[in-house]
Design a protein around this ligand. Structure first.
Ligand code: SN0
Length: 314
């Protein structure tokens, strides 16, 4: 693997899942050939799970890890080609990525969608500029349109709880006070479909994801209907793709609660975290025995470790 931007970098998902299961069983296996390798984790936005799980993943492999909050302690980076840099940006991505790439063997980057300009966000300017100008492999720690390490951890979680070969998975939109990116939902949809599970995406009108991310998923607008017989409920808020970055409704009736979960096939509840309790999901659902949110988050170490190992061993 020569970098990890999206599911397109995975040739063989069943094999990747198998490697992840081996890593989960034996996370501290010695890798002498990795002992002088190094990873830089660059954050342009906040993080809790991604930061800590990626560090633990690197440490488990015996790899040196450096975390850098670019937005807090670095120069403001310019991403526009040909920019006249007489504003706030002090250095161009061309130099920044080139230099960082001489210090480390992997550069992992978090850069959220700005939710202002759909074309710009969906062009993945920041990650693509890193990939273009960085001489070593780049890993996506959530970009404008994707969060593949999260989706990989989600699939690993479903794999260890599914009772049938192709479980019914429902991705449901849920209310939120802030406008959030579509990245988590987009990647979840792609990875679940690649895993060959049955996927239904349910959302209010106007919240449909971009067609390339909906793929062959069943699209529903009636949440109660979508929940019937579901094996997994994955809740997430996202802002509108069509009316880009906007909050179109905050209808509290879309919160996941016990009455809705009772319509499912004793479904497991999933969310990537952080989650707004009693807005996205009621306390009694997220605190129930069917909630997988903590296990999902713990699998973030496994997904990151599997990807780092694959890249570094090549
Ligand atoms: C991010 C998102 O993409 O939705 C990261 C999820 C892993 N979530 C948030 O920014 C939530 C912020 C909030 O205020 O609840």
């Amino acid at each position: 693997m020569n970098g990890f931007f999206s599911i397109d970098d995975v040739d063989d998902l069943p094999n990747l899942i198998k490697m992840a299961k081996d890593i989960k069983k034996n996370p501290y296996k010695q890798h002498k050939e990795l002992q002088n390798k190094s990873i830089c984790l660059l954050f342009l936005n906040p993080s809790l799970r991604t930061r800590l799980s990626s560090q633990r993943a690197a440490q488990n492999l015996g790899v040196h890890v450096t975390v850098f909050d670019v937005s807090a302690g670095g120069w403001q980076i310019e991403f526009e080609d040909g920019a006249v840099m007489n504003g706030n940006s002090a250095e161009h991505i061309k130099e920044a990525a080139a230099v960082i790439g001489t210090y480390f063997d992997i550069v992992a980057v978090r850069a959220f969608a700005q939710l202002q300009d759909r074309c710009l966000d969906y062009s993945e300017q920041v990650l693509n500029q890193f990939i273009k100008h960085c001489p070593v492999p780049v890993v996506n720690l959530e970009s404008s349109t994707r969060h593949p390490l999260q989706a990989f951890a989600d699939v690993l979680t479903i794999e260890s709880h599914k009772k049938v070969e192709k479980p019914k998975v429902v991705l449901t939109w849920a209310p939120h006070p802030k406008a959030l990116p579509q990245a988590v939902a987009n990647s979840f949809s792609l990875w679940v479909q690649k895993s060959d599970y049955q996927l239904t995406i349910v959302q209010p009108k106007g919240y449909e994801l971009a067609p390339e991310f909906v793929g062959n998923a069943k699209v529903e607008y009636d949440q109660l209907k979508a929940f019937e017989c579901a094996d997994f409920i994955y809740a997430k808020n996202w802002s509108s793709y069509s009316d880009y970055g906007k909050i179109l409704t905050n209808d509290r009736n879309w919160m996941v609660d016990v009455a809705k979960m009772q319509r499912t096939n004793e479904a497991k509840f999933m969310h990537c975290l952080p989650v707004r309790r009693n807005v996205v999901v009621s306390d009694d659902v997220i605190d129930s025995a069917n909630s997988l949110v903590v296990e999902e988050a713990s699998n973030r170490i496994v997904s990151a470790q599997t990807i780092f190992k694959n890249i570094l061993e090549q």
